[in-house]
Design a protein around this ligand. Structure first.
Ligand code: PMP
Length: 450
């Protein structure tokens, strides 16, 4: 390894002694990141890695943005904190800009995380129905494979059993339907020869549960963490129609897909639908500061404006929408606008997808899917049977990529325990040479498999 000023062994020893990592507590050899610039990060040994997952699907404008650091410092010096039961400048300015990106008609409730934003969406949806004279509407419909957060409601909405058992009981009232997963259609159909059974499933569940008990649906435009599951083009429109037919609110989780990742400002804009509620986090600040938001249609907000306090939304979040995070988000959005990074993400996404196509020749690659600047490579043991690739094969690819300076993700859990979908979610500042590096590295590493 390269020379560095750190005693890695001593750091690792303290890491093992004091730190409880997410997902796996005993990662024996975690990458200890020290600095970042653009799409690349440097570890404690001085090794450089291409950040192929933008951290955790979030550092969209890239690492080391001094403009954002300056905006945060300036705001801290001017006014570090004020709560949003009153108001402050960055929150006002940010709300106007996000509303603009959404195409108008929304108002913003701020929190700190994607999980928070989804909890707020659920509470607002339930209270909305109360105030509409339909207090029995408390249920939400989500999909298997979906991830919506770590708190009891958001985890209830999550459709991945392996994340939920041991923590039950979770928030009640969450129903799950099969995802629009054409490669492994849960209805045994083939796209175009099907009746969009995956969308129809919403209507079936609404009817079985009773329409007067269903508050809303929650879905990402494309299931990201659950395996990059890209629905048929008509799917979201069909879900919107079903929601309208039954008075069910459509909540779109844009925590990953929002803020340019999809090649448009928000993921749902690729499908021409207008959600009732949009939740967002990660990309709102490119992860420079914790912030999330729940954007709610003006018509819904109207129901919360009554003269009596019983019509108000009783929900406080101390840090939510704090001035520093809002200033950071504003600067992040200004950078995206000035550098035309939404357009750049779209172009990068198309090019990445095109370059990845060569991997389809490999016997262990069953499917490649993409949405904007997100890509998923589904690994199988056999293209015919589609048996998910073994954990060993997936871990081998990831480890060999890391050895060559490329960090990628994995996800899916097609069968519990099998995370056989490799994921890519590079920063918007990825260069054309970086794209070649990603694909060349993957090709080289996959070649070692057979
Ligand atoms: N929704 C989606 C789609 C997510 O991917 C995530 C986080 N990975 C969340 C919600 C929860 O966000 P957070 O981790 O900020 O609570």
């Amino acid at each position: 390894s390269h020379s560095s000023n750190f005693d890695k062994e001593a750091l690792l020893e303290k890491d093992r002694k004091y730190l409880w990592h997410h997902i796996s507590p005993h990662n024996p050899n975690p990458l200890i990141a020290v600095s970042g610039e653009g799409s690349w990060i440097t570890d404690v040994d001085g090794n450089r890695y291409f950040d192929g997952m933008s951290g955790l699907w979030c550092v969209n404008v890239g690492h080391g943005r001094e403009e954002i650091a300056d905006a945060a410092a300036q705001q801290m010096k001017t006014l570090a904190y004020y709560p949003l039961n009153q108001s402050h400048l960055p929150a006002i300015q940010l709300s106007e800009k996000v509303n603009e990106w959404l195409g108008g008609g929304y108002r913003m409730f701020y929190s700190n995380s994607g999980s928070d934003a989804n909890e707020v969406a659920f509470k607002i949806a339930r209270q909305y129905h109360h105030q509409n004279g339909e207090p029995l509407r408390y249920k939400f419909i989500s999909r298997h494979r979906a991830y919506h957060g770590n708190s009891m409601g958001a985890l209830g909405a999550t459709g991945q059993a392996q994340r939920k058992t041991k923590y039950e009981p979770l928030g009640v009232g969450f129903q799950h339907i099969p995802p629009p997963y054409c490669y492994r259609c849960p209805f045994g159909k083939t796209y175009k020869d099907c009746k969009l059974e995956c969308a129809q499933a919403y209507e079936d569940v609404i009817n079985w549960e009773g329409p007067d008990t269903v508050a809303g649906v929650i879905l990402e435009p494309v299931i990201t963490g659950g395996g990059v599951i890209v629905p048929p083009q008509e799917y979201l429109g069909a879900v919107r129609e079903i929601c309208d037919k039954y008075g069910v609110l459509m909540i779109i989780d844009e925590v990953i897909c929002g803020f340019g990742r999809s090649g448009k400002s928000f993921g749902h804009q690729n499908y021409g639908v207008k959600p009732d509620i949009v939740t967002m986090a990660k990309g709102i600040t490119s992860a420079y500061s914790p912030l999330s938001a729940t954007a709610v249609k003006d018509e819904i907000y109207e129901k919360f404006k009554g003269p009596g306090a019983d019509t108000h939304f009783r929900h406080v979040n101390t840090f939510g929408g704090n001035p520093v995070s809002c200033a950071v988000a504003l600067k992040n959005m200004e950078i995206i606008e000035e550098e035309r990074l939404v357009e750049r993400a779209a172009v990068l996404g198309v090019n990445l997808r095109q370059k990845l196509e060569v991997l389809m020749n490999h016997p262990n690659v069953g499917d490649i899917r993409s949405f904007g600047l997100i890509a998923g490579i589904e690994m199988v043991e056999d293209k015919e049977t589609k048996l998910p690739a073994s954990a060993d094969k997936v871990m081998f690819i990831m480890a060999e990529c890391k050895n060559r300076g490329l960090l990628i993700g994995k996800n899916g859990d097609t069968v519990p325990g099998f995370s056989n979908i490799l994921t890519l979610c590079p920063p918007f500042v990825t260069t054309d040479e970086d794209l070649d590096f990603i694909v060349d590295t993957l090709v080289e590493v996959f070649d070692l498999l057979n």
